[in-house]
Design a protein around this ligand. Sequence first.
Ligand code: MRU
Length: 350
Amino acid sequence: MTFSSQVNPIIWQDDMVYLVDQTLLPHQYTLKSIKTAQEMANAIKTMVVRGAPAIGVSAAYGIYLGAREIEHTEDRELFLKNLEKIAQILGKTRPTAVNLFWAIERVMKVAKETVADVDTIKKKLLLEAQKIQQEDIETCLAIGKEGLAILPKTPEKLTILTHCNAGALATAGYGTALGVIRSAWSAGRLKRVFADETRPRLQGAKLTTWECVQEGIDVTLITDNMAAHCMKQGMINAVVVGADRIAANGDTANKIGTYGLAVVSKMHNVPFFVAAPLSTVDFSLATGEQIPIEERNNSEISYVGETLICPEQGVDFYNPAFDVTNADLITAIITEKGSVKPSELLTLKG
Ligand code: MRU
């Protein structure tokens, strides 16, 4: 299956990685070159690249870049020991999206299982990173197809609300939640997308609307606190969001605000779908309570752009980047292997 997208957030070219700098969008489309593992770790941490699958692909390339930096060693064991240190640096960048750990583990397995000289291992690491990237595009296309099949049959043209950015930028291309939306748009089943702005980092306003505009998908931007009102007015037919980590029982961590959205969806009988690859499911965790939630810098909520929006002193902050939506609020989880009720997730375990 092929898909040509104008939005290609991670590019391997001229022996280095180029990332679309997502901190500069929508006003500036800039490619940032990444030549070392540390540069990749910084890019993930500072959200130059973000979104669970995109973080995974980037980390996989990060391992290769790190491997390339390990010079003057013909000693395979020493090489693997140094590579482990690089894996740890990359693994400390963001705690919630399990795709990061999934991808690191996958490439590290290749390194450990390749009984060959160091140069051969290095080549295999690059091939594995490229494979993860290619597979992610195919996975997203499959999610798009599965999602289209499960969307409400009426009205013929749906208005779908999404939160944060689970689009091409958040993956290797195409997207998960936005992949379902893209696929509905291509099939003539989409009237328009409502994009939550997604405070505090504004991924909905900055990235989701940008992707929609690139592709000519009709999009309406709302602030997060408007979603309930829109549902009450009957303006929303379905909600489709992505995920950063799904526990075995279907509890789902996604961008902060997702849980509230699921609660109001239930209240208004609006179906609430989570679209994610199986690499986002952490079958080792029984429930969402065990999912680590990243807390980010206070400045993300005390400032809007350059403007301080609260008193300079005397205010405390709490800035969780994700929340967990209880499985019973989720209508279905859309994966590349089909859509299931959260309680049936275990049937998809490979
Ligand atoms: O903090 P971010 O921007 O990395 O958070 C991204 C999300 O929450 C996405 O919805 C999720 O990673 C799914 S991306 C396909």
